[in-house]
Write a protein of this length. Structure first.
Length: 350
């Protein structure tokens, strides 16, 4: 019996088939990448839409240009004024910025150096006695009541002779939602206390590391009456909480969890007001430039003061340290805030 002779595919055909197979694999891979890219793009687009639609835009966040300090040419360092309050920034008329009874309970100047290798968050005591343009000497947080966001910006710009690039106002309720979206935040409580009012009244906050849910975190950043130095300790607690929260936000298990990220954006957006140019695209671009910054690269400190005192009209105030203010202003102008902070040992490792 004669067996059939097997057909032998010409070498040219085999080569064509291999090329076709390779091409199909590459096309399949490209298609997969495209699908993943479209999904990721849609996800990021939805996050941006959530933030932009949920947050409030401050149409007139800045004072008249003629009153503002100018940036030196080529200076890419950024200053962001962050205000925290027990009521949303929208309660200050963000369209007309008319005088209201609203005051900022928390003030921070966030400075991002040109190299974006660190972030410096400087707390300003809310009772700091300063000159408010056009109003005279007063507590710094009164600027919001006297002239809305533009006057607050002008006051801080005048204090340090530095331009504010962006503004963000955050209701403390946003801390609550963000903490819950993260599944709780662990904070090292330095001084034990028991709130005397609010939802957490009577609950003991013991010294040491504790994981807070939203309500517990909110009481932690608000409390001041339980401490002998009042607002000073409250500011330290706020710094400790923010640093812990930021550490958890940028942790790998958070950044790789789309559900957590989506929940965070949804939770905090309704409690945020930003200047009209500080939208999701701007924040995303800024975040990309700071992709290598870690929790330990975030330096938080309080503007040095001369302690407390009493104004001529009987108000309890925080006395400004004009030398420290002048030195920090000079450091900011040279983008050397880190040098000043290190030289004065202002980062206490909160």
């Amino acid at each position: 019996m004669t067996l059939p002779t097997p057909s032998v595919e010409p070498a040219s055909h085999r080569q064509k088939n291999r090329k076709k197979t390779t091409r199909n694999v590459l096309l399949g891979f490209a298609a997969a990448v495209l699908v993943v890219g479209l999904i990721a793009g849609a996800y990021l687009f939805n996050l941006a839409q959530t933030f932009n639609s949920g947050s409030t835009k401050i149409e007139n966040a800045f004072p008249a240009e003629s009153t503002r300090p100018q940036k030196a040419e080529g200076n890419t360092a950024m200053n962001i004024l962050v205000m925290g309050s027990d009521s949303r920034g929208a309660d200050v008329d963000v369209e007309t910025n008319a005088s209201t009874d609203q005051r900022a309970d928390t003030l921070m100047l966030l400075h991002l150096p040109a190299d974006r290798k660190k972030a410096y968050a400087m707390s300003l005591m809310r009772d700091l006695w300063v000159d408010i343009p056009g109003k005279g000497a007063s507590k710094i947080n009164a600027a919001l009541a006297y002239g809305g966001v533009p006057l607050m910006v002008q006051t801080v710009e005048s204090l340090f002779d530095q331009r504010i690039d962006h503004v963000a106002m955050i209701d403390f309720e946003g801390f609550k939602g963000l903490t819950d979206a993260l599944g709780g935040v662990e904070v090292d409580v330095k001084i034990p206390f028991t709130p005397s009012s609010g939802p957490m009244a009577g609950q003991e906050y013991e010294a040491g590391k504790q994981t807070f849910d939203g309500d517990e975190a909110l009481a932690f950043v608000r409390e001041r009456r339980a401490f002998s130095d009042g607002d000073y300790q409250r500011v330290r607690n706020q710094q400790a909480y923010l640093k812990s929260m930021m550490g958890k936000i940028i942790a790998r298990e958070t950044l790789t969890n789309p559900v957590t990220i989506s929940n965070m954006v949804s939770a905090v957006s309704p409690f945020v007001s930003v200047d009209k140019n500080f939208d999701a695209a701007a924040i995303g671009s800024l975040s990309l430039s700071m992709k290598d910054v870690r929790a330990q690269d975030t330096i938080m400190f309080t503007l040095p003061t001369l302690g407390t005192g009493t104004s001529t009209d009987g108000q309890s105030i925080v006395l400004a340290d004009t030398t420290a203010i002048a030195d920090i202003a000079a450091a900011l102008s040279k983008d050397q805030l880190g040098t000043y902070v290190t030289a004065h040992a202002l980062d206490k490792g909160q």
